[in-house]
Design a protein around this ligand. Structure first.
Ligand SMILES: Nc1nc2c(ncn2[C@@H]2O[C@H](COP(=O)(O)OP(=O)(O)OP(=O)(O)O)[C@@H](O)[C@H]2O)c(=O)[nH]1
Ligand SMILES: [Mg+2]
Length: 647
């Protein structure tokens, strides 16, 4: 059994916890506090700041081995968090004690609920609490489909929270900065509040436990064990979510959280059952992250659902070239990994994030659609060859990133979850591959068409040396309906233009639509060859093509050309209190609101549908987020082309 403690472990399999929740709520600080409380060396953070990459740490607490996964909180890096959640036994949802911003926990909470992952909520920064914990709890409950149970009642001196009463054991503790709390007698002032919280806890648990129900009904006092058992079951089944309090930056409430994790986190065997993985069978691992780690090559981070997985062995048809653990965040090579471990597997040929090795594919989150894009150009042309493979590695590492070559615009476009997300990706491109790029706003693919029909005549007559060139065409060029495209019709009668030249006319007419008088491709026009003349010696395909081009060029310019811009169908999702903001925002960007409705399955959220010019979409996400606590998002698809009025 892996022993992350250095001490003898009780033989328990390693459990994995993902720390998730809104940006800046204190997940990284909490990870450090948990490590410190477990007696593990804590890596010094050079600079505090936003987490943009998953960070793994192994440690031991009271003899049990653990893997802690500190996830980015920023919505732009949310996919990384979702991937880590997919392999976690339990999620710790870290939030701040601010009921007015409780909606920011929504995305993480929904990800956890939708994937059926057991969870504990840790209300961090309890030193900043201004209102009442029960208001915070009520606000959180409004976001959660699962029953929340408060496990600690705060003890306050004046406005400050100085300790807590543990609702199960009914013991009181006073916080000490940087140290475990000390036990104190239960203060009279919190007795009533504690009894209330305890009654709520028992009631919630009794719903799922007959033995406890009997005790509650008979007004008997259950023992802690009689509470802990249904609590564990409730957590494992996702019926209840424990809510704990603390302050990570001063190590308050950390021991209590550790003990709750120890009691309530499902074992790998229980998680296997939740995921429908049979206990018996060949080794099985699930890859949830891919990193290109310089000299170490490609590393596939995986949870081992059935061990042991041995270095050099074949798993799911591929050979394992190295197994790494991360005791202090540093990779350390080990000969094998046991059930429950989170390790990085080296050089797995052809394996991608989300793959299950050694069994049927397990559920894995789809990346969110892109909401922000940048066009990139190389600073140095000689990097051209390396660019595409470097970009491919980026996308392999992060599926919420995508890259496409826009042939029409001659631009390479990188798309993802926001400006920070793309900047981080391009920075990685520069450091990992040495490829430096400049980025600009991507160009919009404008089109043009015509407003009125014209009849255009053109004659080519050239006498150069030997035989000359002659062709004469009369074209009718007419507008068509939006989306009808290009058409060519031959209405020659009496062979005034011989049949054999007709295809050359059609092809040249179509060719001429590639760039119209306004400089963009011309769409939705009908060209008809109505008349012409020819010369038995001097006429040729080439001559007719040239005459046609001349007629098209002149004709299109006279036919009232107009610019067409792409219009997107956009569905914006926001918490309902921001629906009006979202509508204003869209209207302000020349959007036409089609309507709004409650977002299915998202309690308290709306979806606003609108038609918005693509030219207005570039930084929509930035403004949308700034007006919606960072929560608003959208999906888009091309809808139609429309005349760009007033441009
Ligand atoms: N007052 C107070 N501040 C805290 C506490 N815990 C963390 N902080 C501060 O909150 C800020 C954000 O902490 P982080 O740990 O970086 O937050 P995070 O959740 O990892 O943030 P992201 O990685 O960006 O999602 C830092 O300035 C911390 O010092 C706490 O218990 N009380
Ligand atoms: Mg962080």
């Amino acid at each position: 059994m892996p022993d992350f403690t250095g001490r003898e472990s009780g033989g328990a399999q390693p459990r994995a916890i993902a720390l998730v929740g809104p940006q800046g709520s204190g997940k990284t600080t909490l990870l450090d506090a948990l490590l410190a409380a477990a007696g593990s060396p804590v890596r010094r953070r050079e600079a505090a700041g936003m987490t943009t990459e998953l960070r793994l740490a192994h440690c031991g607490f009271m003899g049990d081995p653990w893997t802690l996964m500190d996830c980015p909180g920023s919505i732009e890096f949310a996919h990384e968090a979702c991937c880590a959640l997919a392999v976690a036994d339990l999620a710790v949802l870290v939030c701040e004690p601010a009921p007015e911003r409780v909606a920011t926990i929504g995305p993480a909470l929904r990800a956890v609920e939708e994937a059926g992952i057991p969870a504990i909520i840790f209300i961090n920064k309890i030193d900043m609490l201004s209102g009442r914990v029960r208001d915070m709890l009520a606000a959180l409950q409004g976001q959660s489909r699962r029953k929340l149970v408060l496990r600690q009642v705060p003890i306050r001196e004046g406005e400050t929270v100085t300790g807590y009463v543990d609702v199960v054991s009914e013991r009181a503790y006073r916080y000490r900065r940087g140290e475990p709390s000390e036990r104190i007698p239960l203060p009279e002032a919190v007795r009533a509040r504690e009894a209330e919280a305890r009654a709520e806890l028992l009631e919630a648990l009794a719903d799922h436990d007959d033995a406890l129900m009997e005790k509650v009904l008979e007004d008997l006092v259950p023992t802690p064990e009689e509470i802990y058992r249904p609590l564990h079951q409730g957590e494992v089944s996702g019926a209840v979510v424990s809510v704990l309090l603390g302050a990570a930056d001063r190590s308050n409430g950390i021991q209590r959280l550790w003990k709750a994790l120890r009691h309530d986190t499902p074992s790998p065997a229980e998680t296997r059952e939740r995921l429908g993985i049979p206990a018996e069978g060949e080794p099985l691992a699930q890859v949830f992250r891919t990193v290109h780690a310089g000299h170490a090559g490609r590393l596939s981070y995986a949870r081992i659902w059935r061990g042991p997985v041995k270095d050099g062995a074949t798993l799911g048809g591929v050979r394992i070239g190295g197994i790494h653990r991360f005791p202090n965040g540093e990779a350390q090579k080990v000969p094998q990994a046991e059930t429950g471990e989170v390790v990085a597997l080296g050089r797995l040929e052809g394996v991608r994030t989300g793959d299950t090795l050694g069994g049927d594919r397990l559920p894995f989150p789809e990346p969110p659609p892109p909401v922000y894009a940048l066009a990139i150009t190389l600073e140095d042309r000689k990097d051209e060859v390396r660019l595409s493979s470097a970009l491919q590695r980026l996308v392999e590492e992060d599926a919420s990133l995508s890259v496409r070559q826009d042939a029409e615009m001659g631009q390479m476009v990188i798309a993802g979850q926001g400006d920070m997300h793309l900047r981080a990706a391009l920075e990685r491109l520069a450091t990992a591959s040495g490829v430096k790029v400049k980025s600009v706003r991507p160009q919009v693919a404008y089109r043009e068409t015509i407003r009125r029909p014209v009849l255009q005549h053109a004659r080519l007559k050239r006498q150069t040396g030997g035989h000359g060139q002659f062709a004469d065409v009369k074209l009718e060029i007419e507008p068509r309906g939006r989306g009808e495209g290009f058409s060519f019709t031959d209405r020659i009668v009496g062979g005034v233009v011989p049949k054999r030249f007709i295809p050359a006319v059609g092809e040249a007419a179509e060719e001429a639509t590639k760039k119209g008088p306004l400089g963009h491709p011309v769409v939705d026009i009908a060209v008809t060859l109505v008349d012409g003349t020819f010369h038995s010696v001097d006429s040729s395909d080439m001559a007719f093509a040239t005459a046609t081009r001349m007629a098209m060029q002149e004709g299109l310019a006279k036919a009232e050309p107009v610019l067409l811009e792409p219009i997107d169908h956009v569905t914006v999702s926001v918490p309902a209190e921001f629906t009006a903001n979202a509508q204003r925002l869209l209207t302000g960007r020349r959007g036409q609101i089609l309507g709004y409705a409650a977002k299915p399955g998202w309690e308290g959220w709306d979806e606003v549908e609108a038609l918005v010019p693509e030219a207005e979409m570039h930084d929509l996400i930035i403004e949308l987020r700034s007006q919606t606590l960072g929560l608003g998002t959208y999906v888009r698809r091309f809808d139609h082309l429309a005349e760009a009025r007033g441009r």
